[in-house]
Design a binder for this molecule. Structure first.
Ligand code: ADP
Ligand code: MG
Length: 391
């Protein structure tokens, strides 16, 4: 049985009737541009081959039933007109939040039966949560003929996560899951959601981008996002600009001097330096990819890691060890990706060196007494789509 036939069969057994369709939405890694999306800046994610899939059927009686094959426990049954932000529901808050966000925006979603299943590693910084939101949003958009665009669905997914689940995140993850295309990285301007698909055909260049899942999540990260965000906002305020996006890279040194002279906290100076220089690194990587000089992006990834480690201070020993051991084994460049404090790193490597680099990183983890990392190639894959049957 194909994977989709299996999902159809288990949906039918669970809910007593066949689904109207099956949809998929991927997880992502971010190539460059970290902690920039809440500063109206640039990011450059690519979709993974790993996806969340949803089998869905409409209901007209106001009932929303949710089930995931990946978590223990039965069906979560809710009423769409009683959905309220911050009301718990565990994992089910992600898809329920999408229904809430759609209805809150005035869309007539009258209920649904939904079964989810996912191959996106959970909590590894690869956006399993955004994949759930986007696959739910796309399925409901199709079934209820809402006519929303992929970016509009992404923004609704972000609203679900921010306002309903209560996780502050930028829009990158949902935009990546909704809008990426095979063989490309997505250059996204988070100010106005302008986007461009940048060719990133690793295989054609004889390269691989390895994802190294450190399998750790340090609790230190919990308050760090809000603290970095507040620091960036303080920096922009002190500079008299709306957001750090408004500070051009050419003006960075003068701005840092001005912040120091004004007695601004030294952490604010570091955060500003990271955000403005990482925006610049996105532009550097785009220019390199457009010129077909993919290998030359490696050193830029390394610089991005140093900036996240030393200026933003969101790395951790495991992530630093991936970067150091991969580079020592001959990688072209590496950096942590996502929010940090654990999660995953990416490593750009010659195809023929990929196995040896993966082995070196794994051995370095063993020597350091860390858990065995998960290593796999990030093949730039398609964004959210309907898998079948045709509408
Ligand atoms: P990330 O998005 O980086 O993987 P998050 O903490 O943002 O990590 O989201 C992980 C949460 O998303 C899980 O704790 C769970 O609540 C939910 N989730 C992700 N995938 C699934 C799944 N397949 N089934 C049910 N819940 C899931
Ligand atoms: Mg997430």
């Amino acid at each position: 049985m194909t994977e989709n036939a299996e999902l159809t069969a288990s949906f039918t057994e669970l809910y007593g009737a066949a689904p109207e369709g099956i949809w998929a939405a991927p997880g992502r890694v971010n190539l460059i541009g970290e902690y920039t999306d809440f500063n109206d800046g640039f990011v450059m994610p690519l979709a993974l081959p790993h996806t969340a899939r949803a089998a869905v059927a409409r209901r007209t009686d106001g009932v929303l039933r949710l089930h995931s094959t990946d978590v223990p426990g039965g069906v979560v049954s809710l009423r769409v007109d009683e959905l309220a932000p911050h009301s718990g529901h565990g994992w089910a808050a992600y898809p329920a939040g999408v229904v809430w966000a759609l209805r809150d925006a005035g869309h007539p979603v009258t209920g649904a039966d939904i079964q989810l299943t996912s191959t996106v590693p959970v909590g590894a910084g690869l956006s399993s949560s955004a994949a759930l939101e986007v696959v739910t949003a796309l399925a409901l958009n199709d079934l209820f003929a809402l006519g929303l665009s992929a970016p509009e669905l992404a923004v609704l997914g972000q609203r679900a996560e921010n306002a309903f689940v209560g996780v502050p995140c930028g829009v990158m993850d949902q935009m990546a899951s909704a809008c990426c295309t095979e063989g490309h990285a997505l250059y996204l301007d988070t100010r106005d959601l302008t986007q461009r698909q940048v060719p990133f055909d690793l295989a054609a260049h004889g390269l691989q981008l390895l994802v190294v899942d450190t399998r750790v999540k340090h609790s230190l990260g919990d308050g760090a996002y809000a603290e970095r965000r507040a620091g960036c906002e303080a920096g922009a305020r002190a500079l008299g600009i709306g957001t750090l996006r408004d500070l051009p890279y050419e003006g960075l040194d003068a701005a840092l001097d001005a912040l120091a002279a004004a007695g601004e906290d030294e952490s604010v100076v570091r955060y500003v330096r990271h955000v403005v220089s990482d925006n610049h690194r996105v532009e550097q990587v785009i220019a390199l990819l457009d010129a077909g000089e993919v290998r030359a992006a490696g050193p830029v990834l390394n610089e991005g890691h140093v900036s996240l480690r030393d200026d933003l201070r969101v790395s951790c020993p495991e992530l630093d060890l991936v970067v150091a051991s991969a580079n020592a084994a001959g990688a072209l460049g590496a950096r942590m990706t996502g929010g940090g404090f654990g999660g995953s790193a990416i490593v750009l490597v010659e195809e023929e060196a990929a196995d040896a680099v993966a082995k070196s990183v794994t051995e370095a983890f063993t020597s350091a007494g860390f858990a065995t990392p998960g290593v796999f190639p990030a093949v730039p894959s398609a964004g959210a789509r309907r898998l079948g049957p045709a509408a």
